[in-house]
Design a protein around this ligand. Structure first.
Ligand code: HEC
Length: 191
């Protein structure tokens, strides 16, 4: 090994150790402000967004969507969306809840964001959620069929007229059935 190469390797190793020390100092001293009211440093912002985009597409790669999304699926997904998603993501002619306005990251309006994701990506996002972002996982509490209905609705959002959106009720049937079944089996009947 010649002297120039040795010097370069030594320089790279020193720089690497220095970066780790700086990162540790920032982590251990509270040097990075986690306030949602503070903007991300552009490098952190790039790293987080790129990680999220690539991770979702990679994780969702093997998912098989249903052959078609019927209007019955869209209608069934609408109730779920209005009950569980609209406070954060808004709707057609409906803004987010005030508290969702000040989240970081801010939940994107799905009427636009839904165009950029394949149905299998939306399915994965809804089923598993996104770490450290506030996007919840609905998989532990909802079956795949319900999640595909939500996907059908979300993918229909970009082309949906405001009147159609407004016409859907915010009932989500499944939870109500579960709730009734619970009451019937758990509570004694009074006649
Ligand atoms: C408590 C607020 C909250 C709720 C409720 C919520 N989300 Fe999210 N969602 C987020 C946030 C925050 C992000 C941004 C994540 C990121 O950028 O890392 C997000 C991201 C997404 C994305 C990816 C969009 C993009 O381009 O970044 C989709 C799709 C999505 N949510 C769908 C849903 C659906 C469907 C529901 C309801 C079943 C839902 N979300 C409920 C907060 C929420």
């Amino acid at each position: 090994m010649n002297a120039t190469l040795k010097g370069a390797l030594l320089g790279a190793a020193t720089l690497f150790i220095l970066l780790i020390v700086v990162a540790l100092i920032v982590i251990l001293t509270g040097g990075y402000n986690v306030a949602a009211t503070d903007r991300h440093n552009p490098i952190v912002s790039w790293a987080l967004t790129t990680t999220m985009n690539n991770s979702v597409r990679r994780q969702a790669a093997g998912i098989e969507p249903p052959a078609e999304f019927t209007s019955a699926m869209v209608a069934a997904g609408a109730g779920e969306y209005k009950a569980m998603c609209s406070h954060c993501h808004g709707g057609i002619g409906q803004s987010r809840a005030e508290w969702a306005e000040v989240m970081l990251p801010k939940p994107p309006p799905l009427a636009e964001a839904a165009r950029e994701w394949d149905p299998k990506d939306v399915f994965w996002l809804v089923k598993h959620g996104v770490k450290m972002s506030g996007m919840p996982a609905f998989g532990p509490t909802h079956d795949d069929k319900t999640i595909w209905n939500i996907v059908a609705f979300v993918k229909a959002l970009p082309e949906m007229p405001a009147e159609q959106y407004a016409g859907y009720s915010s009932d989500h049937a499944e939870e109500m059935h579960d709730h009734q079944a619970h009451e019937e089996s758990d509570t004694p009947h009074h006649h």
